[in-house]
Design a protein around this ligand. Structure first.
Ligand SMILES: C[S@@+](CC[C@H](N)C(=O)[O-])C[C@H]1O[C@@H](n2cnc3c(N)ncnc32)[C@H](O)[C@@H]1O
Length: 299
């Protein structure tokens, strides 16, 4: 099969520098890819994202030496397809995030959630504050939470916390776990917290910094699809951050997810969603506390 060599999608090889063109999916290929992405992640691409798909998948197709989306769809349907779908979703998902994004949530966390945890025994439960960053991306959101928790622990002897973080994207979770960021990415962190919680890179790491292990170590990372059957948690949460991900899901998926999360909240627990993600019209049984902050009824 001589011709198959050029379009061999089965063995990842270095991209061919002379065939650097990005193919565009036909209608049928686009629909197939959009359907696979939806079934696997519930990310809803709709009709208008063909250019986005083509620009985000171009590099993957070149890496696999797939000359067309028809070849790529054939690969997805073949024996290596199940593994390739993970790469597909990884390439399609939007990982944009930054430290202390949507600061109002972090203010609320410091000003309302933490004091309430100490003042209200029925909310506190067993005395360990448990949070979940459900679409953690490359880690900026969970580390923002962890910095606040670490600062709070310094002032509150005996305070214990746990932070679970999850994302469907393997590359995002790996990057998050490493805790390494270019210096420019932490500019939004107040200067004294930068000094306190980040280590400057030297040598080959010059220009990067790493979040210190005191903040990194207590975090648990999960490569996880929010729509998978079972979650790896054995306890419920005081706060769930599920921000700027539901915007990619359709209404039934959003409703299903919010109901599932509300079952994972402790009584009085909070669900934070992105400020552009309205839950209006969704049945969830939570009370809106503030814009983009919902609360489960206290005990
Ligand atoms: C735009 S980022 C949001 C990051 C952060 N929460 C924030 O607000 O800055 C969206 C993240 O959701 C993840 N994601 C998309 N679909 C998912 C799914 N079905 N299960 C888990 N994570 C998903 C993507 O991989 C991406 O990292």
């Amino acid at each position: 099969m001589e011709g198959a060599l050029v379009f061999n999608c089965h063995s990842p090889v270095m991209p061919d520098p002379v065939s650097n063109l990005t193919p565009v999916p036909t209608d049928a290929d686009y629909r197939r890819i959009a359907e696979l992405v939806y079934v696997h992640s519930r990310i809803s691409l709709g009709d208008g994202k063909r250019e986005l798909v083509s620009s985000r998948l171009g590099k993957r197709l070149r890496l696999l030496q797939c000359g067309s989306y028809a070849d790529y769809c054939a690969l997805l349907a073949g024996p290596g397809g199940a593994e390739e779908i993970n790469h597909l979703v990884d390439a399609i998902s939007t990982n944009h995030t930054f430290f202390f994004r949507e600061k109002k949530h972090f203010d609320f966390f410091e000003e309302v959630v933490l004091p309430q945890f100490h003042a209200d025994a029925s909310y506190r439960g067993d005395g360990c504050l448990r949070c979940w960053s459900a679409a953690a991306s490359t880690g900026e959101e969970p580390y923002s939470i962890a910095i606040l928790l670490a600062l709070h622990a310094e002032k509150s002897p005996g305070f214990r916390w746990e932070l679970d973080c999850s994302d469907i994207s393997r590359s995002a979770i790996e990057s998050a776990r490493s805790g390494v960021y270019p210096d420019a990415r932490i500019e939004g962190v107040p200067a004294d917290w930068r000094r306190k919680f980040f280590q400057k890179g030297v040598g080959s790491q010059a220009g990067n910094c790493r979040i210190k292990s005191a903040v990194r170590a207590p975090i648990r990372w999960h490569l996880m699809n929010l729509f998978q059957e079972a979650y790896p948690f054995d306890k419920k949460f005081h706060v769930i951050f599920c921000r700027n991900v539901m915007i990619y899901f359709d209404r039934p998926s959003q409703e299903w997810l919010v109901q599932r999360m509300s079952r994972l909240l402790l009584p009085g627990g909070y669900l934070m969603v992105g400020h552009s993600e309205s839950l209006s019209g969704i049945h969830h049984g939570l009370q809106m506390e503030k814009p983009a902050i919902y609360r489960k009824a206290p005990r």
